[in-house]
Ligand binder design. Structure first.
Ligand code: LRH
Ligand code: MN
Ligand code: MN
Length: 391
């Protein structure tokens, strides 16, 4: 059993934890078969930010919101940043979108056509200008680029084109800005993706330099992939920059973080704790990247934040000294039991206490339901926005 008599260190680590919400998760989304519109969803970037601020108001743990360009393009990003701050949140990572334009049918930065590559690279540079205006530190890059058929294009040339575009974006970074490079096994391309895995992302980040690190989207792997191994490896190499948390059963399902496999989320967070990377000062961005197609969006995002907190609390409870000793002595069953003891501890009372101590309601979802916010947005917002897909 875990000793819960002194939770000072665990609580202070949890208090410092920050989880970034994605603007697009507040908007309508769907599969390629159907978008089920919900009443009260945001129609503008400002309304998405207001919803993100609401999640922060009830959780106290989500003080920034990632934007996706062009979905969140506005005329004045300085004004949008001030608007966010007035509501108590910061603008977080700027996500690029080079996957929704006719021109990108055969790829964006890896397209065989130099003109298309120029257009895609210019979008990356534009995103950095938006970071200048919003004070965002992170440029998050995901490319849908890839091939459907063997022979369709030259696999190796595409890597050269990718490296060239990344170099140009990297050279444009200023101050403490950095690139977070995301990978994804497949989809929309089915035969070959230009950044299919962490190894490819890592190799490109190494070429770029120290301000380029890898973003792990938990839904972007083959079934059964040991994601905590990737976390441990990248942390050791100083190349883990961010997470896009979500759950998957089969593909890039984008379900609530911690819903499909809370044990996996715990194992990931254990490697984070083990690597000393939980402290916001370490610089890892813990983001959500989800789509709530059939469930109510704001409570689903609150739930996801809570699930990440619970996995983290369990990871913090692992008796690391005992674990190290058992591991060194090769006591296999005991090592495993030490980890499982932490995982099997009910940490919800700890988090409830923490919220109460912070002046929050111990049950954020119930508090949200009671707040009347949902009724207010349903009444005020007519004709909600679509995040971008399924259109
Ligand atoms: C790609 C992805 C990437 C995008 C987001 C909307 O599947 O995970 O992070 O920017 O979805
Ligand atoms: Mn993602
Ligand atoms: Mn994804």
């Amino acid at each position: 059993m875990i000793d819960l008599s002194d939770l000072t260190a665990v609580k202070s680590a949890l208090r410092a934890q920050r989880i970034e919400t994605p603007s697009w998760a507040f908007a309508n989304s769907g599969t390629r078969f159907k978008v089920f519109p919900q009443a009260g969803v945001p129609r503008t970037p400002e309304e998405k930010i207001a919803d993100a601020a609401t999640v922060h108001r009830f959780t106290g743990a989500a003080p920034s919101v990632a934007l996706h360009i062009p979905w969140d393009r506005v005329a004045d990003f300085g004004a949008l940043t001030r608007y966010a701050r007035d509501l108590g949140v910061e603008v977080g990572a700027i996500n690029t979108n080079v996957f929704q334009d006719e021109d990108y049918k055969l790829g964006s930065v890896t397209n065989p056509d130099a003109g298309v590559r120029r257009k895609a690279t210019d979008h990356l540079l534009e995103a950095i200008s938006i970071m200048d205006a919003t004070g965002s530190r992170d440029l998050k890059l995901w490319f849908s680029d890839g091939l459907n058929y063997p022979g369709q294009d030259d696999l190796r040339d595409r890597q050269d084109r990718l490296a060239e575009a990344l170099r140009e974006a990297y050279a444009r970074l200023g101050g403490d800005q950095r690139i977070l490079l995301e990978y994804k096994l497949f989809e929309p391309a089915f035969y070959a993706t230009d950044i299919p895995d962490w190894g490819t992302a890592y190799a490109h980040c190494l070429e770029l330099g120290e301000r380029a690190t890898v973003c792990i989207d938990t839904g972007h792997h083959a079934p059964g992939t040991n994601i905590e191994f990737i976390v441990a490896f990248l942390l050791r190499a100083g190349k883990l920059g961010a997470f896009d948390f979500n759950s998957r059963f089969y593909a890039d399902d984008d379900l609530m973080a911690g819903a499909a496999d809370p044990f996996q989320l715990f194992r990931i967070m254990y490697e984070i704790v083990r690597g000393g990377a939980l402290d916001p000062a370490y610089g890892i961005k813990f983001m959500l990247d989800q789509c709530h197609n059939i469930e109510a969006k704001i409570p689903a995002i609150i739930r996801s934040v809570m699930n990440v907190q619970e996995a983290t609390a369990k990871a913090l409870l692992v008796d690391r000294d005992a674990l190290r000793a058992a591991q060194r002595e090769g006591r296999v069953l005991e090592s495993n039991a030490i980890l499982m003891d932490a995982y099997n501890t009910d940490v919800r009372p700890i988090l409830a206490d923490l919220r109460t101590e912070a002046g929050l309601d111990p049950d954020p979802i119930a508090a949200y339901r009671r707040s009347g916010y949902q009724e207010k947005i349903v009444a005020e917002r007519v004709g909600g926005d679509q995040a971008g897909w399924g259109a």
